[in-house]
Design a binder for this molecule. Sequence first.
Ligand code: ZN
Length: 161
Amino acid sequence: MLTIRTYGDPVLKQATKEVEEIDGRVKKLVEDMLETMYAAPGVGLAANQVGVQRRLFVYDIGDGPQVVINPRITETSGEWAFEEGCLSVPDLHWTIVRPNEVHLTGLDLEGNEVSIDAKEYQGRVFQHEVDHLDGVLLLERLDEEQRRDALKVLRSRVLGG
Ligand code: ZN
């Protein structure tokens, strides 16, 4: 089991590096990330959330475990408001507006190309995880008022232990 890094950990603000070779280490990492995600429990987990600066994430939105290596969102359209949370910012949720539909490309664990049109919940998970891999937390997607409240809570957590 891996430790999920939380808000304040600098690793969450760093963009990850592309995976050059899908070797045994990557496969082991994916296995450990899935175990960690299910235990949390969560529906998605990016590698830098467990302190590894590699561009990959795992997810399961009810169809079994999936992994996308070197994911990129190449197109977005529409708009969708959805209540979103994050394992790295535990116990807080906000209604966030993001594009509804996205096109995601990347590789699977066998190195095959992945090309997925996703919308609504799946599209949201992809945007959230790709953000992580770019060093972006959902806090940066909040409106001004949400953000002010969020930072107040998070600051008191850090100070109050
Ligand atoms: Zn997250």
